[in-house]
Design a protein around this ligand. Structure first.
Ligand code: FAD
Length: 533
């Protein structure tokens, strides 16, 4: 459109939810000062109001933005997350549901061979796969967090983590930081989008403030996709053949025992979906993600309230949230990049959505256009988005395909849903061997270790999935494995002893601890590079 390839000097973000404010504030922190950043947010349309569990990249992002961690912990009622606990997603050979955990970190290698091969060959007695090498479950049972007050006594001083955070408070905090750094904040409704004769967005029509010319637009308007879908007409690729859940209901509940604060998200299988629990400092965010083909809202409400029992506040009613599952065919069209729910949404099972926003912002900084919005720049960005969506979709589909519950139609149907050819091929391979690095190729979030953790966590090989005997070339010594298990049990105990009580650590981080024995400096790991469990 511009023959001289003029530089972009202004970015307009539409939408003031997590996506909008993360984009505006991160870009303001990284872009040259001569690039003006404006965020236009409707005073009338609420944000989605959920999305409180993150992945381990979030501490890095906050650090890069220079967010003050005391402010962050206090204002967002932040807590630590060391992984996701899956409750009752699979049953053992007697039909009894069991729990397993998806950790963030890779397993160790024993003499160059991944622990998963040993575990698959010999088991670990009463301990499950994760417990065979990681202190994660023991830390959770003990109410501990990833940090220690005295790193010298901690065999795992630089353990990594993600955060649980209050979504509304997070967006508000990012907004204050962004505005203080120079983001222009406009509170108004975008009522119309004006395209020029090349089909690029030329201006936004604001209800109160009138016409506003724009250059690069970032659509963060939530599920409606005001610019990318409604104005630019980008087609939506529906994922309903792959994923059944299309509705959610959310209800914040108080902590039953305020001193007990698990440092993990949990996902509990219910009759037609699963219920999340995100324990924040001051409350627990809960909800039910379900399939409207299997439950009406009323029936889902009954499932969910029965699951919560007397943990639900008297008279409280969950808020229903319709979910549009799938993605825009392209995330970047003409001069508009869609970030957050406007670009697409895969159900929240592995808390990936905020991370996808985070990545989208980073890709944009790498593939920053001129005002020609070159085809090759957009294509490069869109390839990154494609890879990310494909990766997350395959990983989420895996959880359902390998579920073995038969107690409701939902779980049987979920197992039979479509999967991609790629996942089909992997599963065929993994019936005869564990996932290996070469299978997955480049991974944003879920490498072969994570796939191994799901297969072994779900005990698929013990419960009749796959070949009776896996193909294996390594000579595995049971004696060596037993010695490893002994060492790792001792190390786990030492780690649990050394780690700080979760609630107490948060009080210190919020600047509220009255206990003079510990200081914020002694929890200095918050400022360090995260090394994962
Ligand atoms: C049930 C559920 C659970 C989830 N759990 C997780 C999780 O654990 N972890 C995770 O990472 N993600 C999770 N997500 C996703 C996460 O909530 C979103 O990715 C995140 O909140 C970003 O939302 P958003 O900013 O794109 O949209 P929204 O929060 O919907 O914000 C849209 C914004 O657009 C504005 N707007 C709309 N129309 C106009 C207009 N005409 N003019 C001006 N402004 C307008 C609104 O005012 C609002 O500010 C979950 C999502 C759902 C549905």
């Amino acid at each position: 459109m511009h023959s001289m390839a003029e530089p972009v000097t202004s970015i307009t973000v539409v939408g003031g939810g997590t996506a909008g404010w993360l984009a505006a504030t991160y870009l303001r922190s990284k872009c040259a000062p001569k690039i003006a950043i404006t965020l236009i947010e409707s005073p009338n349309v609420p944000t989605v109001g959920v999305g409180e569990a993150t992945v381990p990249h979030m501490p890095v992002t906050l650090r890069e933005m220079g967010i003050d961690d005391k402010e962050f912990f206090r204002r967002c009622n932040t807590s630590f997350k060391m992984g996701v606990m899956f409750r009752g997603w699979n049953v053992d050979h007697k039909g009894r549901p069991f729990d397993y955990m998806n950790p963030f970190a890779p397993p160790p290698k024993i003499d160059g061979v991944e622990a998963g091969h040993y575990f698959q060959a010999f088991g670990a007695g009463r301990r499950d796969y994760i417990q065979s090498f990681s202190p994660l479950m023991d830390l959770l049972d003990a109410g501990k967090c990833p940090l220690s007050f005295n790193a010298k006594n901690d065999p795992m001083p630089r353990a990594g983590y993600a955060y649980h955070l209050d979504a509304g408070a997070f967006a508000k905090m990012l907004a204050e930081v962004g505005v203080a750094r120079g983001v222009e904040h406009v509170l108004d409704d975008v009522d119309g989008v004006e395209l020029d004769d090349t089909g690029h967005v030329a201006a936004l029509n604001l209800r109160a403030l009138g016409r506003r010319p724009v250059q690069l637009v970032i659509d963060c308007t939530g599920f409606k996709g005001l610019v990318i879908r409604e104005a630019l007409g980008e087609p939506f690729e529906n994922y309903s053949d792959y994923l059944a859940n299309d509705r959610a209901m959310a209800l914040p509940i108080p902590h039953a025992d305020p001193e007990v604060l698990p440092a993990a998200t949990s996902s509990t299988a219910l009759g037609a979906g699963w219920s999340w629990s995100v324990p924040l400092y001051h409350r627990i965010g809960t909800g039910y993600v379900y399939s409207s083909a299997h439950r009406t809202d009323d029936a889902a409400r009954d499932d969910f309230m029965a699951h919560l029992g007397d943990r639900a506040p008297k008279g409280a009613e969950p808020r229903v949230i319709p979910m549009r599952i799938g993605r825009m065919r392209r995330a970047w069209v003409k001069n508009c990049v869609a970030l957050g729910l406007s670009g697409g949404f895969i159900e929240p099972l592995e808390s990936t959505a905020i991370h996808m926003i985070d990545m989208g912002i980073r890709w944009l900084l790498q593939y920053f256009p001129s005002r020609d919005y070159e085809e090759s720049t957009r294509a490069a960005y869109n390839r990154c988005a494609d890879e990310m969506y494909n990766e997350v979709r395959d990983f989420i589909c895996l959880h359902y395909r390998l579920g073995n519950r038969t107690d409701t139609d939902y779980w049987c149907d979920a197992r039979g849903l479509k999967i991609t050819d790629r996942l089909e091929g992997w599963l065929d391979l993994w019936q005869r061997q564990l996932p290996v690095e070469m299978d997955i190729g480049r991974a944003n979030l879920f490498d072969h270790n994570t796939f191994q953790a799901v297969l072994l966590g779900k005990r698929v090989y013990e419960n009749g999935w796959g070949a009776a005997r896996l193909n294996r070339s390594f000579a595995l010594s049971e004696k060596r494995w037993k010695a490893f298990l002994r060492d790792s049990a001792a190390r786990n105990m030492a780690v649990v002893k050394a780690k700080a009580d979760h609630r107490r650590a948060l009080r210190v981080l919020r600047g509220e601890a009255t206990d003079g024995a510990v200081t914020r400096q002694s929890l200095g790991a918050v400022a360090d590079e995260a090394v994962l469990f």
